[in-house]
Design a protein around this ligand. Structure first.
Ligand SMILES: *Cc1c(COP(=O)(O)O)cnc(C)c1O
Length: 374
């Protein structure tokens, strides 16, 4: 009798649907017979500036040593991070993207008896890794598209091992102030770990927003996750990290793959941390792009969720799926968020000024074609 190998997978994995990434440019080019150079991708919150020259030079140099295993402890990168943030090297855990760290955290601290709390409309990786290990995900209804921190604190039970908070959150762009985050942390029992995912923190301006790393002394149950994929412009290389107490980092470092960050990624990330000019340009281009997109949406009368990230979720209504397709036909890739329970929204990443303009034009035309715009 034929074996149903899918039924052999552990229960959590059987019920899993894979993460839906933004559509790659080459794929759309193949499907529509378009020239890849004419397609713009505003679908994965990538840095529109392209990589920093500093990072590129370091990556090229690292290519010379492709035959060697990377430094499994990531000494240089940890040292650079420790200097930048005033933490000890043994508080840092490196990951193959911060997604890797998020998964390692979940595997280390939760199992099939555990509950893991996150918000409705929060980053898809939290429910995904929770489900994969067979823990119970507790999705707390959002408030104004953002995390309802009071309700999340109230959702913690004796079984709760982890709480995920994305600040700012993806795909909504919502953000909480330092006061709100601290009031929340004050309510979480010390044996429950809080993962503060700060993938977009480099874009935050204003003293009212928290710097998770500054909170570590006060909250030993806190793990702060960050990434080189967004403002630092290194999404292809897959490098992220967490900063926590040394005790928590020790646990995470037992479970992560020994060579989970490759040499090229280590070299480029270490180098780019010194490139303040690049970081500042990333911030400026992003702030201007957010304004440009918001003004465009205002002109079209489209509601959107004010965003603190490098993307905006805009509400185009029940024809969102059709408008997504129509944008593709214009060579513009954005991200549908129906999988997040937001079927009327599309998420668009901030591009260069001319890319934002092209997206807004294509959107206006798509709305007219759908009988919605005027
Ligand atoms: C993009 C993103 C990440 C980072 O992903 P990497 O694996 O580091 O590329 C983490 N959390 C959120 C909320 C994100 O949007």
């Amino acid at each position: 009798m034929a074996v149903d190998y899918q039924s052999l997978a552990v229960k959590g994995v059987q019920a899993l649907s894979p993460y839906q990434p933004g559509k790659p440019i080459e794929e759309l080019a193949r499907e529509l017979g378009l020239n890849p150079a004419e397609i713009i991708k505003l679908a994965s919150n990538e840095n529109p500036l392209g990589p920093s020259e500093t990072a590129l030079a370091a990556a090229r140099k690292a290519l010379e040593e492709l035959c060697l295993y990377p430094d499994g402890n990531g000494f240089d990168l940890k040292q650079a991070l420790a200097n930048r943030f005033g933490v000890a090297m043994n508080q840092i855990t490196l990951g193959n993207g911060s997604n890797d760290v998020l998964e390692v955290i979940t595997r280390c601290f939760a199992d099939t008896d555990s509950e893991v709390v996150f918000s409705q409309y929060a980053f898809a990786v939290y429910p995904l890794v929770t489900q994969a290990i067979g823990a119970k995900g507790v999705s707390v209804p959002a408030k104004d598209w953002g995390h309802d921190l009071d309700a999340m604190a109230a959702a913690v039970t004796e079984r709760t091992k982890l709480v995920f908070v994305a600040n700012p959150n993806n795909p909504t762009g919502t953000v909480h102030t330092a006061d709100a985050i601290q009031a929340f942390l004050d309510r979480i029992p010390e044996q429950v770990l809080v993962v503060l995912d700060e993938a977009y923190c480099e874009y935050l301006t204003g003293d009212e927003f928290p710097d998770g790393i500054q909170l570590l002394d006060r909250y030993p149950n806190l793990i702060v996750c960050r990434t080189f994929s967004k403002a630092w412009g290194l999404a292809a290389l897959r490098v992220g990290y967490s900063i926590s107490s040394a005790a928590i980092a020790d646990v995470l470092n037992r479970v992560r793959q020994p060579f989970n960050v490759d040499s090229i990624a280590l070299a480029a990330a270490t180098a780019v941390l010194g490139d303040e000019v690049y970081l500042n340009r990333s911030r400026e281009v992003n702030a201007a792009g957010l304004r440009q997109l918001a003004e465009g949406f205002d002109r079209m009368g489209l509601p959107y969720i004010p965003s603190a990230g490098n993307f905006i979720a805009v509400e185009v209504g029940e024809q969102a799926a059709g408008i997504y397709q129509s944008l593709l036909a214009h060579g513009v890739i954005v991200r549908p968020v129906a999988g997040y329970g937001m079927p009327g929204h599309l998420r668009v990443s901030v591009g260069l000024p001319e890319e934002n303009e092209r997206f807004l034009d294509a959107l206006a035309q798509s709305l007219v074609a759908a009988g919605q715009g005027g």
